[in-house]
Design a protein around this ligand. Structure first.
Ligand code: I6G
Length: 754
């Protein structure tokens, strides 16, 4: 017969179960139950405690939400000093360490020394005091003699037990260890800060220190802090075991977290092997470490050898090469990647970091440059972790005399001088000279030859790379000037394959306008949009002549407000019309960069704009092409206005590339094979969602935001959430990336009827 539990027993059982799950989750990152199940347990405990308030104890897991904010932390004296560690930076210094031990202890070379080895966490030291098994104090190291009383905050850290489990613990037990923030939690915290427009933390260590030293414990409670013990302060009963390793095991039995990497090693060889092993797995650990610590395992030997005032003689931290260093930014330059992404890069005074000398560090994109406000001349913190490319983490010392302007995105590509475009709302800026830009040459030609573009059979990636590297081809038009001899000279190219390629090139000269447009690799113009443009405008000349005024709208009401705002302040308070910041002086959300291009196109300068009436500022676009918004309009007009792009197009036409009457191509014939289909897109896909949306819309599909019985397909990328679950429940067909491609391909098949 099942015994019924008393309320007290039920509460106790729930507490111990929740404590166990807290440890699994916060210490070992290995939850064994789903979050919802954990929440259910916690709620059950909360309900029981609400019904029996007399049974609430301070060590209940429900009490970890954080007390009221403090005005300041009290200072507490440590019962035994909190020491630091001596460091070693190379094998010689490790050998010296062991030599000193042997000398002091009079040990011969034949007597092995056992060490307890563990990674050195990059966090901050904490002293925990348990009295009769209950947590009574949490204090920072401070100056080693006294620290800050951060008990209210420590109580919110779920990795730290509020009461000890098991038995045999001394009446007074002080445990020392490191509070840290696991990398995953750190990334999540910074992501949230970024989304809220708040300052981010430079590294997990700073985040842990900032979180532990919060005056409001309710904030600390929300921070993903964890803890591993590494040693001891006062112990009322004296030693709890004869070896450091056994002491640590006893802590583990009482539910105090210890490092899973603890290992006893023998002699200096064992230490070096352990060091190299941890160095290799460093980037796979869930938290940052900055070295490994070795301690003589035998406590009697530890006692014999003793401590100097600052550090024990029986322990040493063998440090890893630092992953962060400070240095000076000499300049900020812009690099163009093979797909045209323009990336700001800091040129640095060379600095040794993460085991290599670093003289360049990425700044990712202009949002990052603005957020960190890095400028030439600044002293910055550079980080290089593992194989990751070095990055500028933050400005340490902004030395700004005479350099008060923030870094700006260049208007033109440093490689090919084409215009740089940064689509509204996107972090990445791109060079618009895809056809022509040296940095993008290989990718542009591969794209031009690809199956959905001019479909040049036999012109594979390796061959394109050879042609570009040997400077036989600079732009796609050069392909058509290649001779059989030039091709036959290439690696792994027999006469026969050279002839086959020439035949394929000849064959590719007959194409469709849609394919040709797609082959140009214009940013944002996928296969379907290229076909839509071909169908809507009918010929290349019309597409090349597109103006902003044809596609971009300024409503009468918007024009009237802009007119009013322009005349509300004196003329000289406005920036020039072509200044990138012109629009930011007005509070109009609709006034995008593309609208500014339209105003430039219509009025060319501020004087003309100021002289215009509101009705002249308004613009009703001549064309309305499905899927062409302000971003695409900008990309199209910018591409075709650049002389070098027009030259490549002319060269291609001179080489004989042409397309018969557009209406003969099935995909350009105006058929809308997805007419009447309702499609929902969710999750992360390899192309921007807007691009997929416009591809599908051009084929007649209607794109909606939520899944219902009426939905014909759900396109689900990675991390698709509730929409996927709903589609599965309703039996709506779900297409992944390849399913989507199949749908697009099938919709482009030439119709065989009539
Ligand atoms: O700061 C420390 C980090 C790690 C330590 C330490 C440690 O052991 C793994 N051990 C001692 C004895 C001290 N500081 C003083």
């Amino acid at each position: 017969m099942k015994k019924t539990l008393t309320v007290e027993q039920k509460i106790e059982a729930l507490r111990s179960e929740i404590d166990h799950h807290n440890r699994q989750y916060y210490v070992y990152d290995d939850p064994v139950i789903p979050d919802a199940e954990y929440d259910r347990l916690l709620r059950e405990l909360q309900d029981l405690e609400a019904q029996h308030p007399g049974l609430i104890t301070p060590d209940s897991p429900t009490q970890r939400v954080g007390d009221k904010p403090l005005d300041a932390f009290d200072t507490v004296a440590h019962s035994l000093p909190m020491l630091s560690l001596d460091n070693a930076f190379d094998e010689q210094e490790m050998a010296d360490f062991e030599r000193r031990i042997r000398d002091r202890l009079n040990l011969s070379e034949a007597e092995p020394i056992h060490y307890l080895a563990e990674p050195k966490l990059d966090g901050l030291a904490l002293n925990l005091r348990y009295e009769k098994g209950r947590l009574t104090l949490g204090a920072t190291r401070g100056d080693g003699t006294s620290g800050e009383n951060v008990t209210s905050n420590v109580r919110t850290i779920k990795a730290i037990p509020l009461k000890l489990s098991g038995e045999g613990w001394p009446d007074v037990l002080e445990v020392r260890g490191e509070v840290f923030m696991p990398r995953k939690g750190f990334d999540r915290l910074n992501q949230q800060a970024r989304e809220a427009g708040e300052k981010t933390f430079v590294n997990p260590r700073n985040a842990a220190a900032g979180s532990l030293r919060q005056l409001d414990p309710r904030l600390t409670a929300k921070r993903p802090l964890s803890f591993f013990a590494y040693g001891f302060g006062q112990i009322s009963s004296g030693r709890i075991a004869a070896r450091q390793s056994d002491c640590m095991n006893r802590l583990f039995q009482w539910d105090i977290p210890i490092s899973p990497q603890l290992e006893v090693v023998v002699g200096i060889e064992g230490c070096l092997e352990y060091y190299n092993h941890i160095l290799r797995v460093r980037d796979d650990l869930l938290y940052d470490i900055d070295g490994v610590v070795f301690k003589i395992d035998d406590l009697a030997l530890q006692e014999r050898i003793g401590s100097v005032s600052r550090a024990p003689r029986w322990a040493i931290a063998y440090k890893f090469p630092a992953q962060e260093e400070t240095t000076r930014v000499e300049s900020i330059e812009f690099q163009v990647g093979r797909t045209g992404a323009v990336t700001p890069v800091a040129r640095l005074q060379p600095v040794f970091v993460g085991g290599v000398t670093v003289s360049n560090a990425t700044l990712h994109n202009m949002d990052e440059v603005a957020r960190k406000d890095v400028r030439p001349g600044d002293t910055v913190m550079v980080r290089r972790a593992g194989d990751v490319i070095p990055e500028v983490v933050s400005v340490v010392d902004p030395n700004r005399e005479g350099r008060s302007r923030p870094v700006e995105l260049p208007t033109h590509c440093p490689v090919c001088n084409s215009q740089i475009l940064r689509p509204e709302g996107e972090a990445v800026a791109r060079c618009s000279g895809g056809l022509f830009c040296g940095a993008q040459r290989k990718e542009a030609i591969k794209h031009f030859a690809s199956r959905k573009a001019l479909d040049i059979e036999g012109l594979g990636d390796k061959l394109v790379e050879q042609l570009v590297e040997q400077e036989l081809v600079k732009d796609p038009a050069d392909l058509y000037a290649l001779s059989k001899e030039q091709l036959a000279d290439l690696e792994r190219m027999a006469d026969k394959s050279a002839q086959n390629l020439l035949d394929a090139l000849e064959k590719s000269k007959i194409t469709t306008l849609g394919r040709f447009l797609y082959a140009l690799g214009i940013m944002g113009i996928g296969e379907t949009m290229a076909n839509t443009l071909a169908r809507s405008l009918g010929n290349l000349e019309a597409i090349m002549a597109l103006r902003f005024a044809d596609m971009v709208e300024i409503k009468s009401s918007q024009a009237a407000k802009l007119h009013q705002a322009l005349h509300a302040v004196p003329r000289k308070q406005h920036l020039p019309l072509d200044d990138p910041d012109f629009a930011t002086n007005f509070d109009f959300k609709w006034l995008t960069r593309t609208h500014m291009h339209l105003l430039m196109e219509k009025f060319s300068d501020l004087d003309n704009l100021m002289a215009a009436e509101a009705k002249d500022i308004a613009n009703i676009p001549r064309l309305s092409i499905d899927g062409v918004g302000t971003v695409l309009a900008d990309q199209l007009v910018t591409f075709f206005r650049q002389e070098h792009n027009r030259e490549v197009i002319a060269k291609l036409q001179q080489a004989g590339v042409h397309w018969p009457d557009a209406s003969s191509a099935a995909s350009e014939s105006g058929e809308r094979p997805l007419e009447g289909k309702t499609i929902v897109i969710t999750g992360t896909l390899s192309r921007p969602r807007d691009e997929i949306k416009s591809d599908l819309e051009a084929l007649g599909a209607k794109i909606t935001g939520s899944v219902s019985k009426k939905t014909d397909y759900l396109i689900a990328g990675e991390a698709a959430g509730s929409k996927l679950a709903k589609a599965e429940k309703l039996g709506v067909p779900v297409l992944d990336e390849s399913g989507l491609q199949a749908l697009l391909d099938a919709s482009h098949q030439p119709s065989t009827e009539g």
